[in-house]
Design a protein around this ligand. Structure first.
Ligand SMILES: C[S@@+](CC[C@H](N)C(=O)[O-])C[C@H]1O[C@@H](n2cnc3c(N)ncnc32)[C@H](O)[C@@H]1O
Length: 584
């Protein structure tokens, strides 16, 4: 079977681990570059399957590398995955008394070529146990190669990544594309779903599209198990990227490290969804699928009418919007249009639905409305504060849990008994954290100062400060710009906000912060730092970097607590909040 591949023309790196070294105690990864990823060779290649069809080089890696997390350097998505495979392998070795290294999992080039496209191979491996759940929400299992290849000469195991499979599941799995050290798998059947061996309970699944839709990963797990999984993600982030803190916290706090606080709503909480479509020439416009990405098909869409994690109002409006969009696609005959024509006609492939409130300014009464135009203004009430922002701009998407996060930060502020005046809100968006904490600063001379890269968001941050009774610029001031330029900014200098009287909030996007920002933070010397992150891996990386940068001892922060908040139940995502206090 493997011999049918034309060999010798496909460039496959001899040893993809040449830049990496793994050992159980210390794992060092250099960022993976596109040039050492198989299939990213710029040379053209000709690979054929058994019946002579050309197989294109594996595009999937490119997609993998382009994801947002991959701006994350050492904590990139590829790097996280390698660490997770190492952890899974440790479990596999210890249960099977083996001594395999990750290097042994490397996929031979001929096998990688053979399995280079989705749908080409349909080998099924039977009765395989899932032993690990990745932070991406996918099960990992180790499949002996002989069990899915006719070629008995093939030795070793393939790590298979199986979406919608969880530890304890015994599964039949279809083996798909082979990557550098793993293969993509498709769950065919769970054989032990009613047993006590697995944490799975399929009766908990409420969505009819769960098996196919890429939106949720964890509906088959009960809420406690989801929280435990998310805590393990925070812990592994620190274990991989800030191991000394991980060891210290584990020794000091046992189970408390990274424990995850529950969302008040496990379903119907998401205040924004963005279903999308991909018009196809061979599909009648009225049959266009509108929904979310299909886990079985990298370019496919799962057609949905309802999303159970979205709010009831969004679900009420979605079918109406969908019908309207389909009628429009039919009217313009989208299937006959070229991409250029679609862009010119301003046909957006993404639908937008966001909950908002409509305020009656005279009475203070409000009702709930669903906004479907990204140019419109959304109004949201969180705790005692009202926020407005343009729908296309960032705002948190689970407003039920936000008061809990604010309470948690307030608790630490009070607990530390700090004599502070200012809250410096970096990566501030439309001012959510600074404004929500504004009652904590002294009434007489306290102030909120925020910085954010989006000019539109800053416009709304200023508007929101006024909306919530904070006088500009005396009580609140916001500037548009890169957070790392804050400390050299003249407006900031003129505001006379000093570090020794400040609490600094940082809430960067998934790629995290950077060395330049952290160096300046150490010079600014705020009394306390609250680091909020939707990516615990880049958060751990940044906190380790901060620790390295403060080695000269002139200023010293101690991490007091790291906790998670379940902003997105049923999904793989977790928000991690770290509290740092200056001790020198
Ligand atoms: C996770 S959001 C948090 C926003 C806000 N704290 C909130 O809770 O609504 C991250 C924000 O950082 C902004 N951002 C990204 N890179 C930035 C940079 N280099 N400097 C300042 N802001 C940045 C984004 O525009 C986005 O609004």
């Amino acid at each position: 079977m493997i011999a049918s591949i034309r060999s010798g023309r496909y460039r496959y790196p001899k040893n993809i681990f040449a830049t990496r070294s793994f050992s159980k105690s210390s794992i060092e990864l250099k960022p993976t570059t596109p040039s050492n990823i198989p299939g990213n060779s710029s040379k053209s290649v000709l690979i054929q399957d058994q019946v002579g069809n050309e197989i294109k080089p594996r595009k999937y890696w490119k997609h993998f590398l382009k994801s947002k997390r991959d701006e994350a350097g050492v904590a990139s998505r590829v790097s996280v995955f390698f660490h997770e495979v190492q952890e899974a392998l440790d479990i596999f070795n210890s249960t099977n008394q083996l001594d395999l290294a990750v290097k042994d999992l490397e996929i031979p080039s001929d096998l990688a070529e053979l399995y280079s496209q989705p749908g080409l191979m349909n080998s099924i491996a039977h009765e395989v146990e899932v032993i690990y759940l990745t932070s991406n929400g996918d099960g990992l299992c180790f499949v002996p190669r002989r069990s899915y290849l006719n070629d008995q000469a093939q030795a070793g195991h393939t790590v298979v990544r199986v979406p919608k499979a969880i530890p304890g599941d015994i599964i039949d799995v279809k083996i798909g594309r082979h990557m550098a050290i793993h293969s993509e798998g498709e769950l065919v059947k769970v054989l032990n779903s009613r047993s006590r061996l697995t944490r799975r309970n399929d009766r908990l699944i409420v969505c009819s599209n769960f098996d196919q839709c890429s939106g949720c990963q964890l509906q088959m797990m009960n809420n406690d198990d989801q929280l435990r999984f998310k805590q393990s993600v925070i812990q592994r982030a620190f274990k991989f990227y800030y191991p000394s803190l991980y060891e210290e916290f584990k020794a000091k706090r046992a189970d408390g490290f990274g424990s995850v606080m529950d969302s008040p709503m496990q379903y119907s909480y998401r205040t924004k969804i963005t279903p999308h479509f991909k018009p196809r020439r061979d599909v009648k416009p009225l049959d266009t699928k509108i929904g979310f990405n299909d886990i079985h098909d990298p370019v496919g869409i799962v057609d949905i009418d309802h999303c159970p994690i979205a709010t009831p109002l969004i679900n009420q409006e979605f079918p109406k919007l969908k019908s309207k969009v389909l009628e429009e696609l039919d009217r313009v005959q989208i299937n006959k249009m070229l991409t250029k024509q679609r862009i010119k006609a301003k046909i957006s492939p993404t639908l937008f639905l966001r909950d908002s409130i409509r305020l009656d300014h005279k009475t203070g009464d409000f009702d709930q409305v669903c906004i479907t135009d990204t140019g419109k203004v959304v109004t949201e009430k969180v705790g005692d504060f009202v926020f407005q922002f343009e729908a296309s701009e960032f705002f948190q998407n689970n407003s039920y849990i936000l008061p809990q996060v604010i309470d948690y930060i307030k608790y630490h502020i009070h607990e530390s008994n700090l004599n502070f005046k200012y809250i410096v809100d970096t990566y501030c968006g439309s001012g959510f954290f600074g404004i929500s904490l504004s009652k904590e600063v002294p009434e007489k001379d306290g102030k909120i100062f925020g910085i954010e890269i989006s000019k539109k968001s800053i416009k709304y941050a200023e508007h929101n400060a006024s909306l919530n009774g904070l006088k500009l610029p005396e009580k609140a001031e916001f500037i548009a710009g890169n957070s790392e330029d804050l400390f050299s900014n003249q407006v900031f200098a003129d505001s006379q906000v000093t570090g020794d009287k400040s609490i600094l909030i940082m809430d960067p996007s998934r790629k995290g912060s950077n060395e330049s920002f952290l160096k300046q933070l150490l010079k600014f010397k705020p009394m306390m730092v609250v680091y909020i992150s939707c990516n615990p891996f880049t958060q751990a990386r940044d906190l380790q970097m901060l620790n390295l940068l403060q080695q000269d001892g002139s200023v010293q922060y101690e991490i007091q607590d790291v906790v998670g908040f379940d902003f997105f139940p049923q999904t793989k995502h977790v928000e991690s909040v770290a509290i740092l206090k200056r001790i020198i």
